[in-house]
Write a protein that binds this ligand. Structure first.
Ligand SMILES: [Zn+2]
Length: 105
């Protein structure tokens, strides 16, 4: 039986995976939401995953967003400082985003 395992870093189906910055879970990239540090300094939500810049990822889970914005986890991951306005903007996005989803109790 011939096996080709020289390139074991690339699984056959090649699903890109990323780590959620809040819970540290590794998930398929499309299950996460990308945040990108844009060149002029702010941090934006990158819903298409196509913006250029240093990226960080969060699960589509309210809890991870709340934890992600606590302290300076996001800043550390993106190696940037968030302005209070910028942070506010991101939190607002997450609130709108999760409003449409049923909250678990
Ligand atoms: Zn997470």
């Amino acid at each position: 039986m011939r096996t080709r395992q020289r390139n074991s870093e690339h699984p056959a189906r090649h699903i890109p995976q990323r780590t959620c910055l809040a819970c540290r879970e590794v998930k398929a990239k499309q299950e996460l939401i990308r945040l990108v540090h844009i060149p002029d300094g702010g941090v934006e939500i990158d819903t298409n995953g196509k913006k250029a810049g240093r990226g960080a990822y969060l699960c589509r889970a309210r809890e991870c967003w709340e934890n992600g914005f606590k302290g300076n986890r996001l800043e550390r991951t993106l190696r940037t400082a968030l302005t209070p306005d910028n942070r506010e903007q991101l939190i607002k996005f997450s609130k709108d985003f999760f409003k449409e989803q049923p909250s678990d109790k």
